[in-house]
Design a protein around this ligand. Structure first.
Ligand code: ADP
Ligand code: MG
Length: 682
């Protein structure tokens, strides 16, 4: 029997109107009902008052020592009081507005109450009272499930209904994990685990049940990702790049610096992928400044040697310009032509670029989203790299496929994604991590200061400039905004131009057209502008190694990932760098972010903290994340289970005999029924 196909109205007591109410909770089938898990439990284990803390919820059982006395306040408000004898300890118990209990409670009776403990007064404010012996027995020691309900549905009714569903249909709950895994991890059978999530006899059972269901959720999700990977490996034919390794090696030797160990490893992983006749689908993550650009350049070089065009896609025009320039510098000696293409180019230049691409004169194209849009015709595209953006998913790949090509695809991101999240969200991709910084990098000293320090900060910027260094000052907005009381870029620009003279100050913001932006960035790059006032348009990727000072105004307005990105604009050269966060945060979260920033410069740690502060959905943006809504598993807490589940899923789903082995049969069949495309990162 497939419980997902049995409607809840088979249960006694569920008629039309109840059915509607349950629908409001998302419960339509028996399967929905059985997996409508409680979000917490009321704890009815007896509390030892000696060790109980003030304000803690307690459950106690004792003998009523005094008859209840009730005081009324007006017609409806009342306060009732008794003394309760708990094994010789006398405490007061009070009830608000429950005077109806007065005639039920007799002195000498043993009652069970739970409520809030006031340690000073030796007093419990009761919110639950059990008088009947029988009911007490049922409840004592229990964890009572608390469900989220909407008006109409009564919790006690729902509880009974779920119980009834287990009695009648529990036997049809099917195991969905291979027996091998159940015994390896001593996991509870599925039906039992589900039952214990609703009705645990105690915390140990509940823990076992949660462990089992969390593992199941994470394992099944990873199985989907692995299955997707398996399909891609076998089905999506790609280009088998062929290039002489010595030439690539020579290119690497010719660089201005030796590669870090991590860069070498990642380059190797990429080149290995490229040689395979299947489409590469790899994510390279490395902290800001870890040197991803050069890794991209090496891959593009190998792609060129194999006789293909390459494309590098970036999120902003500024980045497009910068990457074009640095690739030109690296690749020009090999007569490799790097062309840039953005949607804001002048018509004539753009037309020129398009025909260069079509004719194959352009070996490498750098640009924004324009790269994969309509009019672009590639001669023979062999490799697409996207830098600093996640938005190159199924749709974009499909767009390329419509152009008749399946190039290898490499994603590069400087927003380090905590490993647990990376393998959940990007699980069907291969992931390479550059986890090492180039030698000689000095850590960026980070300070958090109040706005009243502003004039001292200006003097600090002045000193940096006098040493020949440059500075960024980031402001959240361009124009005046009275409502938010934010320092705006325009105003700061005017102020600093005066106060820092003769130091040359420039302004950059998102409303400038691309020629203006380019002009300002170029001036900053060659130190014609010494202090750049900017909005967050410099956030990702921009590389001006002589800049050693980053001032972020109203820093608490930014998220952790963004702050880390902004800070990453300095600390790129020889000089020691400083980051100053100017903020008077009003919220706890804002204070916490400032704290994290001053405590660490490790992007992976920051993103882990960010994940904990925000939760996984918000972290990636729920829609984008493609993450399912796990009922029990928690990505930020169940990291260990996730790792294990992932390895198991890989081993099983990628194994030769996955399709044929009996123990995997139901898993295999389940995968055939699941929609896989929709879960991809897009
Ligand atoms: P990101 O990973 O943030 O994109 P970039 O590729 O912009 O970082 O590199 C940051 C800076 O580090 C650049 O100036 C680059 O030339 C330099 N760089 C990259 N790799 C190395 C290395 N192995 N040794 C020294 N400097 C390096
Ligand atoms: Mg970069």
């Amino acid at each position: 029997m497939n419980l997902a196909e049995v409607s809840v109205d088979v249960l006694t007591g569920v008629g039309e109107s109840r059915k509607k109410e349950l629908e409001g909770l998302g419960i339509e089938s028996i399967a929905d009902l059985l997996s409508y898990f409680p979000y917490r439990y009321e704890d009815y284990r007896l509390t030892d008052l000696i060790t109980a803390e003030n304000e803690q919820r307690v459950t106690v059982r004792g003998r009523v020592y005094t008859q209840p006395s009730v005081r009324w306040y007006g017609k409806s408000k009342s306060r009732m009081h008794i003394k309760l004898d708990i094994n010789g300890v006398f405490v007061s118990v009070i009830w608000f507005n429950q005077a109806f209990l007065k005639d039920k409670i007799r002195s000498g009776q043993t009652i069970l109450i739970s409520g809030k403990w006031d340690r000073q007064r030796l007093q419990i404010t009761a919110d639950r009272t059990m008088i009947s012996e029988e009911e007490q027995k049922k409840l004592i020691g229990q964890l009572e499930p608390i469900y989220s309900v909407v008006s109409g549905v009564k919790m006690s009714w729902l509880r009974k209904l779920i119980h009834q569903a287990f009695v009648e249909y529990g036997k049809y709950i099917q195991e969905n994990l291979p027996a091998e895994l159940l015994s390896r991890y001593k996991l509870l059978p599925r039906a039992k685990a589900m039952y214990f999530i609703h009705f645990p006899k105690g915390p140990a059972e509940n823990h076992q049940a949660r462990r089992r269901i969390a593992y199941e959720e994470l394992f099944l999700y990873q199985c989907k990702l692995m299955w997707l990977r398996r399909i891609q490996r076998t089905k999506i034919e790609g280009i088998a790049h062929s290039f002489p390794s010595e030439k690539v090696e020579q290119f690497i030797q010719g660089l201005a610096f030796p590669l870090t160990g991590a860069q070498k490893r990642v380059v190797q992983e990429i080149l290995d992928d490229m040689r395979q006749p299947i489409q590469m689908n790899r994510l390279v993550q490395g902290d800001v400044g870890s040197g991803k650009t050069v890794v991209a350049a090496i891959a593009l070089f190998a792609n060129y040697l194999s006789g293909y065009q390459g494309a590098l896609m970036v999120p902003t025009e500024i980045l497009a310009d910068q990457h074009t320039a640095s690739l030109q510098q690296l690749l020009a000696p090999f007569h490799i032509r790097v062309t840039s293409l953005t949607s804001k180019m002048a018509v004539r230049k753009r037309r020129e670029a398009l025909s260069e691409i079509e004719l194959g004169l352009a070996h490498i194209v750098v640009g924004t989203h324009a790269l994969i849009q309509e009019p672009v015709v590639y001669r023979n595209l062999g490799l697409v790299i996207t830098d600093e953006q996640h938005r190159f998913g199924v749709k974009q790949r499909a767009a390329l496929r419509e152009k008749g090509i399946s190039p290898d695809v490499l994603f590069m991101t400087a927003t380090p994604i905590p490993r647990t999240l990376a393998i959940s969200a990007f699980g069907e991709m291969d992931v390479s991590t550059i986890d090492e910084m180039p030698a000689g990098r000095k850590p960026i000293d980070t300070y958090w200061v109040k706005k009243e320090m502003w004039s001292r900060i200006i003097r600090f910027i002045e000193k940096e400039c006098q040493k020949g260094h440059q500075a960024y000052v980031i402001c959240p907005l361009i124009e005046e905004s009275e409502k938010l009381d934010l320092q705006n870029a325009q105003e700061v620009f005017e102020q600093l131009t005066v106060e820092l003279a003769p130091i040359r100050v420039g302004l950059l913001h998102g409303r400038m057209n691309s020629a203006e932006k380019e002009e300002v960035m170029n001036a900053f790059a060659v130190n014609d502008i010494q202090v750049l006032i900017s909005t967050t348009v410099v956030e990702v990727g921009v590389n001006v190694p002589n800049a050693t000072c980053m001032v972020i105004y109203d820093a608490d307005r930014f998220g952790l990932a963004q702050l880390h990105q902004l800070r990453g604009r300095v600390g790129r050269g020889e000089g020691a760098s400083t980051c100053i966060l100017v903020a008077d945060p009003k919220s706890e979260a804002g204070i916490e972010r400032m704290r994290v920033m001053t405590e660490t410069t490790d992007g992976f740690e920051i993103s882990q903290r960010d994940l904990e502060l925000r939760g996984p959905g918000d972290f990636l943006g729920v829609k984008q994340s493609g993450l399912p809504d796990f009922k029990v598993a928690d990505i930020s807490e169940d990291g260990k289970i996730l790792e294990v589940a992932r390895n198991d899923a890989a081993q099983i789903v990628l194994s030769e005999d996955f399709v044929t082995q009996e123990d995997y049969r139901s898993l295999y069949e389940w995968l055939q029924t699941e929609k896989l495309e929709s879960m991809n990162f897009d």
